[in-house]
Design a protein around this ligand. Sequence first.
Ligand SMILES: Nc1ncnc2c1ncn2[C@@H]1O[C@H](COP(=O)(O)OP(=O)(O)O)[C@@H](O)[C@H]1O
Ligand SMILES: [Mg+2]
Length: 229
Amino acid sequence: MPTIVFVSPKGGAGKTTSALVLAEQLARSADVTVVDADPNHPIHTWASGENTPKRLRVVSDADEENMIEIIEEAAAQTPFVIVDLEGTAAKIVLLAVSQADLVIVPTQGSQLDAKQASRALRVIKQQEKMSRRPVPYGVLLTRTSPIIRTRTMAHINTAFADAGISVFATELNEREAFKAMFSFGEPLAHLDTREVSNLDKAIANAEAFATEVVSTLRQNKAASATEAA
Ligand SMILES: Nc1ncnc2c1ncn2[C@@H]1O[C@H](COP(=O)(O)OP(=O)(O)O)[C@@H](O)[C@H]1O
Ligand SMILES: [Mg+2]
């Protein structure tokens, strides 16, 4: 069952936020395990709130020794496994990527961030060589303005496209709601519209992201089935 791994060398790229946004959306209709391998365990902490979706569980004791077993166990128990990691240098990242059906590389829209994303892509390529199998991935542009399309963003998109790097059509916009989930320890749907502006837009954005991830997984599965036949 699909394992989705969030990777980026840069702290603050939006890994934890986009991992939780996706987990929460998927948990509306399926069982989801989040492997919270960030040493600060932000998703584990978030899940201590009382409105945590019933279909979402968090495992936070993953380390280099047990990462593969933890993912295997989780994949046997729930249809979706989402792994939130910190950095790219550590062996734990390579181990998690080795188990991935899809790697998501969150990246903010600056030149510097895009460069950092390339480091994550190198880790993916390295893993592909080691395991001799393709590792499907996509760059997710995060914290983008829902209104303004900056020149830098356009440039980054073109650069990724020229390099043959796949980028999700959906971007995770900069929204107060995506921060508020963590500050209040609540799922998006439980946030208070009087306290959080544009909540409906954040929810629509989260839904679009989850829909694109699910359809990407389906396409990849269909493609690998054709290849195997
Ligand atoms: N789409 C977003 N909208 C608003 N704030 C965001 C968004 N994505 C991330 N952030 C904020 O940016 C900071 C870093 O995000 P985080 O998800 O923790 O990154 P990472 O896990 O890559 O270190 C956090 O304060 C988070 O609340
Ligand atoms: Mg994080």
